[in-house]
Design a protein around this ligand. Structure first.
Ligand code: ADP
Ligand code: MG
Ligand code: ZN
Length: 491
């Protein structure tokens, strides 16, 4: 048992999906030949002036509101000075003491299902830096570094949580929920591998009985981790490392650390800057950002349904909580579900097929719900055939696979493969009689009370009909025939 409590706060950077950069007209699109999305403004040439991108502000306000933040009617921009080759102006335009949004929260639900509110301290707008491409295998033996400023000046929001998270697992839940909320807003691509969503994790250990401010605990900031899984791994490693240091009587130094994907370890990068190292001051080239409170209120009303509301709606419709969770966390899956259930009233059947067989096939083909060859109409047609008794569940699985492979509709596949289910008792009866005749010992077993013997005979009939007989019909016919032709001899 540890005498320390794990304290975690996350800073998440999200690139906003605008056509142009935050303070100039350059393309904000990902990729492009190095330094082709640049101009004197984002290259930091002397004498140029920034102009705020209105769409970036709209997306930032939408995000802050969706995270339950209060949006300031007046906020301002500040210069954060630091010297690094990816930052041509030698300062980043950010927001310091008057961020766009404050005092929000994200609700997470752990395995025990108790909801927990994680505070969102602030959401502010800032510009991204450029990218350094190091020549050579590792940074340590790089022979040179190339600077690409295509990302310099792309709009970002930084979402800073309160230090409310208490485990690596809670950090995972928070990031998953945060990403889900943002996904419904169309504000960002949210691709951690491409860097459009990045996370810094602050980790400290609070000694039992410590009553001071959490801000005063020495914390480590793990910088720029590129997947939720790695944030979790980095925190897990850090908790062990810090616990061992303290157990050995050493002190935790406040520092910035990197995360090494290959080893799962964090490594020291530099001692952590304090706010006053950045010499923040108000950006003199930009006016304060003044937003009409009425416009903010309209934006709030215009928010789409968000995960909490969607979850409640799904569960209210009788969708099991686990399934609702899977649907909510994947917006494409949820939209697929909505389209399918608009056409088909058995929502649980849609859910079951989507989350089992359809998911499996989509994943195996590297597709997603949005670009899967089998569209909601196609799935619904298949489910209709199950409901009408034309296909058994087992046959439907086969049909679905064939639909993926051939691009055909369910009914085309059924026709081509001659697959429809035999529901006519007359057509099955002779096979039932034959199976009973061929397996007298099994019939006796059944009569002496072994229910399992029936399953064997059902299997035999199914085999002879190539799986096309309707299983419950076979079951019934077998029972009836045994009753009629064999049971009497027992008396
Ligand atoms: P900085 O500029 O130092 O990164 P920020 O205000 O941007 O400061 O972010 C500080 C982050 O550190 C917040 O996410 C906050 O929740 C977190 N934090 C504060 N105290 C602790 C602590 N004791 N342990 C872990 N995280 C903490
Ligand atoms: Mg920070
Ligand atoms: Zn530019």
């Amino acid at each position: 048992m540890s005498q320390y409590q794990v304290i975690i706060g996350l800073e998440v950077h999200v690139e906003l999906k605008t056509a142009t950069k935050l303070f100039c007209g350059c393309s904000a699109a990902f990729g492009g030949d190095p330094n082709t999305h640049t101009c004197p403004v984002c290259l930091g040439m002397p004498g140029v002036l920034p102009v705020i991108n209105q769409e970036a502000i709209r997306l930032a306000v939408r995000s802050a509101l969706a995270l339950n933040c209060t949006v300031r009617a007046v906020s301002k921009f500040d210069r954060k000075q630091y010297f690094y080759p990816d930052l041509p102006k030698a300062y980043q335009i950010s927001q310091y003491d008057q961020p766009l949004g404050e005092y929000g929260w994200v609700t997470i639900r752990g395995a025990d299902d108790a909801a927990k509110k994680i505070g969102v301290r602030r959401v502010h707008v800032e510009e991204d830096a450029g990218k350094l491409n190091h020549l050579g295998q590792r940074l340590g033996d790089a022979t040179g570094s190339l600077v690409d400023l295509n990302r310099a000046g792309v709009p970002l929001i930084e979402i800073v949580s309160e230090p409310d998270l208490r485990s690596a697992e809670e950090a995972r839940l928070y990031l998953t929920e945060l990403r889900a909320v943002l996904s419904y807003l169309d504000v960002s691509d949210l691709r951690m591998e491409e860097g459009s969503m990045r996370c810094d994790a602050n980790v400290s250990l609070r000694p039992e009985g410590f009553a001071g401010s959490l801000e005063d605990l020495p914390r480590v900031e793990i910088k720029n981790v590129n997947s939720i899984r790695n944030v979790q791994r980095g925190i897990e490693y850090e908790v062990i490392r810090q616990t061992e240091l303290l157990a050995a009587g050493e002190r935790i130094v406040k520092e910035t650390r990197g995360f090494d994907d290959a080893t799962g370890k964090t490594y020291s990068q530099r001692s952590k800057e304090e706010a006053n190292d950045y010499r923040y001051f108000p950006e003199p080239d930009l006016p304060p950002l003044v937003l009409d409170p009425q416009w903010i209120a309209d934006m709030k009303r215009g928010l789409p349904a968000l995960p909490d509301a969607i979850r409640a709606d799904l569960v209210g419709r009788g969708i099991p909580e686990k399934d609702a969770e899977v649907l909510v966390l994947d917006r494409e899956a949820y939209e697929y579900w909505r389209e399918a259930t608009a056409l088909f009233q058995d929502e649980r059947l849609v859910t079951n097929w989507m989350l089992s067989d359809l998911s499996r096939l989509i994943n195996a083909r590297g597709e997603s719900f949005a670009n899967s060859g089998v569209r909601p109409e196609g799935l619904v047609e298949l489910l209709g055939l199950i409901q009408a008794g034309t296909l058994s569940g087992r046959m439907a699985k086969e049909v679905l696979e064939a639909m993926f492979e051939s691009g055909q509709t369910a009914s085309q596949v059924v026709k081509d493969k001659g697959l429809s289910q035999i529901t006519d008792a007359g057509a099955i009866q002779s096979i039932v009689d034959q199976v009973l005749h061929d397996n007298p010992a099994v019939v006796q077993d059944f009569l002496s009370g072994k229910e399992k013997a029936l399953a064997f005979m059902v299997g035999q009939v199914m085999k002879q009909t190539r799986g096309q007989a309707k299983p419950d019909l076979v079951n019934q016919l077998l029972r009836d025939s045994i009753q009629k032709n064999y049971a009497a001899s027992q008396d």
